[in-house]
Design a protein around this ligand. Structure first.
Ligand code: SAM
Length: 280
């Protein structure tokens, strides 16, 4: 089943959280000279037209990136993320939103590598087209979960693995844990970043319980909720689980989240939290 298209959701509050965390991790990895691998298991199309039929229909980006990218009081920590957006929108009008592969493309150095997988028959060619001239990148139409077995550890033994499935299938909540466990066995020092939606809180509790049961140490949870938990339909919050987070990440997100929450949720509902759920 591949009915999910990220173009309906690009630039929403969940993308803002995910791509903020992604850009901070990449910036931290760049503090050392040694090259690293960026592995994106569920990469999407790469670029999203915000005036296109899909994004216009939901208008989610209007309550997400559109609310913050030109704010004069934006914290400096958001610069790498915002620069990736400006790179696609040089005349100052928000026309395109960069997905995670394009944010990485903007931030990675000449010597770093990208490994991207996407399964969707329409999104894969778009993604491949974005990277035709980028010799750092390998783009494959393959199962993202398998990549954590097949492509780890990277030769340089440094890297960020982003896992961002659509959670169309209930089994995704178990599949992510299994894939991370496999990946971590092969690359215990890597940074793993898993995105999750909060639709039913119970699903996330179970996923975290399964993740903790793997014995993996040093796990940070970052969450931004726009509404309180609910048993009605729809996503009320999203979060990032980061294994082996860069040492400054918790402090950076504690600094950023109040600003992001205030701008993205003017009504003040929901919450924003940073929690070390498993110690080092
Ligand atoms: N990471 C992207 C970003 O931040 O811009 C968004 C990715 S979107 C949430 C999830 C993507 O995973 C969809 O484009 C979907 O087609 C793709 N997908 C679904 N199952 C997959 C699988 N088993 N392997 C690889 N990609 C898959």
């Amino acid at each position: 089943m591949l009915s999910y298209r990220h173009s309906f959701h690009a630039g929403n509050h969940a993308d803002v959280l995910k791509h903020t965390v992604q850009s901070l991790i990449i910036s931290a990895l760049k503090e050392k000279e040694k090259p690293f691998l960026y592995l994106d298991s569920h990469a999407g199309a790469g670029r999203y037209l915000l005036s296109g039929e899909h994004a216009e229909r939901t208008g989610e980006y209007l309550e997400g990136i559109a609310r913050i990218w030109q704010q004069p009081d934006a914290p400096a920590l958001l610069k790498p993320y915002f620069n990736a957006i400006r790179d696609l929108n040089p005349n100052g009008t928000l026309r395109y939103y960069p997905g995670s592969p394009l944010i990485a493309r903007h931030l990675l150095r000449e010597e770093d590598k990208l490994q991207l997988t996407e399964l969707h028959p329409s999104d894969f060619p778009l993604l491949r087209g974005e990277f035709l001239k980028d010799s750092r990148a390998r783009v494959e139409r393959a199962d993202g979960y398998q990549q954590l077995k097949a492509k780890l550890p990277p030769p340089t033994r440094r890297g960020l693995v982003l896992i961002d499935p659509p959670y169309e299938l209930k089994s995704d909540y178990q599949a992510v844990v299994k894939a991370i466990h496999e990946g971590h066995k092969r690359f215990a020092t890597g940074v793993f970043a898993l995105w999750y939606p909060v639709v039913l809180r119970q699903q996330i509790k179970h996923m975290l319980r399964d993740l903790e049961a793997t014995g993996i140490r040093n796990i940070l949870q970052i969450e931004l909720a726009v509404r309180p938990d609910s048993d009605q339909r729809g996503m009320t919050a999203s979060g990032m689980i980061v294994i082996n987070p860069p040492w400054k990440l918790a402090q950076q997100m504690n600094e950023l989240l109040p600003w992001l929450h205030q701008k993205l949720v003017p009504a003040g509902t929901g919450h924003a939290t940073v929690t070390q759920i498993v110690p080092e």
